[in-house]
Ligand binder design. Structure first.
Ligand SMILES: Nc1ncnc2c1ncn2[C@@H]1O[C@H](COP(=O)(O)OP(=O)(O)O)[C@@H](O)[C@H]1O
Ligand SMILES: [Mg+2]
Length: 241
């Protein structure tokens, strides 16, 4: 097992956001996470990564048999956890090339990946400054893949990206995840990423809990047809209870 989360409850300030989440992701697995706005998806990813302000009240996060609960972000990164933000920060005064060379010593790899993601010109621009939504997402994917993480945490990778670039990002991601020692947790609203990635497991988070586990394409079609409210009544959630 790569990631093993048991009964995780997380608060931000005095607000409880995650309420008893259980989650396992094995080597080679991709888990797709659906859920309405504000349900706690980003909080889950940030809790796995170890951002400050996300207080674990109960439960345990283990990664490759090591407990992460109290480890700082950089140690989690060293162990092989990588995150692609939903809303990445602008970093003035630091060029994309500088962070790329900090993250990866292989200049050829930087060149190849920047070309594939159409970021050659961005290498000499400040990180995320005046990038379009799609460029920011491509730059995020570029940075996280240069870290070569074992577990990729992707927060809405395709939101704001045009179809052509979704296809490019999907292809790059699919290739990365085809390596058997990798795994991913991917949050999506649009479902486009499902056309490119071989994911067998999906789940729905509502009010800080998982309600449903099943085939991601089937879940996505059900959400499109019946909305998230129906997820609470679906066959999988009954089976789980
Ligand atoms: N740092 C924070 N301070 C206050 N509230 C937060 C913070 N982070 C998340 N929340 C709240 O927690 C809830 C879940 O947020 P989030 O995990 O971002 O949801 P999702 O990603 O599913 O849309 C929201 O109501 C959000 O406003
Ligand atoms: Mg979010």
């Amino acid at each position: 097992m790569m990631l093993d989360i048991k009964n995780l409850s997380v608060s931000v300030g005095d607000k409880t956001i995650l309420r008893g989440v259980d989650l396992q992701i094995g080597k080679g697995e991709v888990l797709i996470l659906f859920g309405p706005n504000g349900s706690g998806k980003t909080t889950l990813i940030k809790s796995i990564m170890g951002f400050s302000g996300y207080d674990i009240k109960k439960g345990q996060i283990r990664f490759r048999d090591k407990e992460l609960n109290n480890l700082p972000i950089e140690e989690r990164e060293h162990l092989g956890v990588g995150i692609m933000y939903q809303h990445p920060p602008v970093i003035r005064g630091v060029k994309l090339r500088q962070i790329a060379e900090f993250l990866c010593k292989d200049k050829q790899k930087i060149k190849d990946l920047s070309e594939r993601l159409s970021l050659e010109e961005h290498l000499d621009r400040d990180i995320n400054l005046d990038y379009s939504g799609g460029e920011m997402k491509r730059s995020e994917l570029f940075q996280v893949l240069l870290q070569d993480p074992r577990l990729l945490l992707l927060d809405e990778p395709e939101s704001g990206v045009d179809l052509e670039n979704i296809s490019i990002m999907g292809g790059v991601l699919n290739e990365y995840l085809a390596r058997k020692d990798k795994a991913a947790l991917i949050i999506t609203h649009t479902g486009y990423i499902l056309d490119y990635i071989n994911a067998e497991k999906g789940c729905v988070m509502i009010d800080g809990k998982f309600w449903c586990v099943g085939s991601p394409k089937e879940i996505f079609n059900n959400i499109k047809a019946a909305g998230y409210d129906k997820c609470k009544e679906c066959k999988w959630s009954k089976k789980k209870k």
